[in-house]
Write a protein that binds this ligand. Structure first.
Ligand code: ADQ
Length: 489
């Protein structure tokens, strides 16, 4: 308020993430089509307008020629996006290799596939070198656009090396780093060959944030056990320098979802869906098609439910919307085949000439269709094997204020810590337990549904993405002021 009264400019925020919030597709030598990308970070930051934000990241496309780089930079400038150009070899080694093949599974407690393990170990060093090189390229672009007083907010496991590179450029830069995945137990992190270098680079930041207190605790304990540093209630201390470590649970722009439900096109979608599935309860899964999301386990639990509850077979339908990601990675191709095979088998087993129990879509839905689906759902199934937070569970709750449907939620999603009291928590590996929870949710009395929903709705509408970003940035500003005071004393 004070800032508005005095008409002070908003603080500049440089959001640095591996991917820009838009993907670029080349239409000609100097023409580009820009599409908004699907993903948790994009969804969370869409509602943040307190700062004058600029995004720095890779546009998801190889642009070897100078004309292409120049015209794409102009096209992106309109969206306040600044591209980092990575060549194919770096993308292969850094993004597909080190980020997605090593850090992503490790941070989600999933081992690497056995047959790839030796090959991965051999190529580890070259992938780590490419990771460092890519992080340095991000740092070069940040440094080029940095103005004194800017806040630089680095995101996710792709950019763990970035805080160090930035501080080497300018030790006064205000640097925060936030991890969107879980940070695993120090016993898991210990197995990573580059474990110390990565921790030290992250510690160069002024503020390090995680979704949950547990992830923050794991990080501090990795610094203590691996680097021998002192963990304090505020963070990690190294030779008098404190890196503040804390939990900042993300949220969504809940108003955007609630408002969308009033739009005529969303109301039309809702009407169509209600007619299409009249007489049946609707269960919903919305995930990126990723092994951490536990999609095969979810579908097998649904099969078990149908197997053991014959009277429900023509009264319930599971809609599984899975947007493909990392489609060039063999593991993900295998997962797609596996899911198709299981869905086909179950539909063959329990379908009739006119209905099937599972509708599986391999694609992204637009925002309005997604809101309508959330609104008509009776039971949402979020069964991630591990998940930093999981925003789908928040989006579902935001769209359910009239229906008051039930959320079945994995205890291994960060969201279990915030929505646990209203959801039915499950161990996604235990198919018998998930199947029993489906039965419990479908039969839940209205007053219990209402009580559980109200609890979660209150949380989702008060812990928003806006509040998340503002809290992180104001904590970063405070951390820097405190550090300056400490130095003066
Ligand atoms: P993600 O793994 O991408 O994010 P999640 O938090 O569930 O997972 O967010 C996914 C987003 O993509 C949601 O906004 C959802 O609506 C959208 N989405 C998913 N499938 C879709 C589909 N088929 N069609 C349309 N939209 C779809 C990472 C971490 C999470 C963490 C977020 C934010 O893995 O744990 O919650 O970052 O920090």
């Amino acid at each position: 308020c004070e800032r508005q009264e005095r008409r002070l400019p908003k603080q500049r925020l440089l959001v640095v993430a591996n991917r820009l919030p838009v993907s670029a597709v080349r239409r000609g030598e100097d023409s580009w089509a820009l599409e908004i990308s699907v993903g948790g970070l994009v969804s969370a930051l869409l509602g943040v307008n307190e700062f004058e934000a600029r995004w720095i990241g890779w546009a998801g496309v190889n642009v070897p020629d100078e004309i292409g780089q120049r015209t794409l930079t102009w096209a992106l400038a309109e969206k306040r996006c600044i591209p980092v150009f990575l060549d194919e070899e770096v993308v292969h080694q850094y993004y597909n290799g080190y980020c997605n093949n090593i850090l992503w599974p490790l941070f989600h407690y999933l081992g690497l596939p056995q047959e790839d393990r030796l090959a991965t170990t051999r190529s580890f060093q070259s992938q780590f070198d490419a990771y460092k090189k890519a992080n340095q390229m991000f740092a070069d672009v940040v440094n080029e656009h940095y103005q004194e007083g800017d806040i630089v907010w680095c995101h996710d496991y792709h950019l763990m090396f970035l805080p160090k590179c930035l501080k080497e450029y300018n030790s006064k830069m205000k640097v925060g780093w936030f991890l969107h995945t879980p940070f695993p137990s120090s016993e898991i992190h210990r197995t990573l060959p580059s474990r110390s270098e990565l921790l030290r680079s992250v510690l160069a930041a002024d503020l390090v944030g995680f979704h949950t207190y547990d992830y923050a605790r794991h990080f501090v304990s990795a610094c203590t056990r691996i680097l021998g540093l002192e963990g304090t209630p505020d963070g990690v201390e190294d030779q008098g320098k404190l890196t503040r470590v804390a939990a900042f649970p993300i949220g969504i722009d809940s108003d955007r979802f609630i408002r969308a439900l009033e739009l005529p096109q969303v109301q039309d979608h809702i009407k169509e869906l209600k007619e299409r599935f009249a007489g049946r309860k609707v269960m919903l899964g919305v995930d990126r098609l990723d092994m951490i999301k536990g999609i095969p386990q979810k579908i097998l639990a649904f099969e078990k439910f149908l197997e053991e509850n014959g009277d429900w077979r023509d009264k319930v339908v599971l809609l599984q919307i899975a947007v493909p990601t990392r489609t060039d990675v063999p593991e993900y191709q295998k997962l797609t085949c596996q899911v198709h095979e299981i869905v086909g088998r179950i539909n063959g087993r329990f379908g009739t000439l006119t209905t099937v129990p599972i509708h599986h879509l391999d694609r992204s839905l637009d925002f309005h269709a997604l809101c309508a689906l959330y609104a008509v759902t009776d039971v949402a199934l979020v069964t991630s094997l591990r998940d930093g937070m999981n925003l789908v569970s928040y989006e579902f709750v935001a769209c359910q204020d009239s229906k008051k449907g039930v959320l079945i939620l994995s205890e291994f999603a960060g969201a279990a810590q915030s929505l646990g009291a209203g959801a039915i928590l499950v161990n996604p590996w235990n198919i018998t337990e998930v199947s029993a929870s489906i039965g419990y949710a479908l039969n839940m009395p209205a007053d219990e549904r209402e009580k559980r929903h109200n609890h979660n709705f209150m949380h989702v509408t008060t812990h928003t993405s806006q509040e998340w970003a503002e809290t992180f940035v104001s904590e970063l500003n405070d951390t820097i002021v405190e550090a300056q005071l400490r130095i003066r004393q």
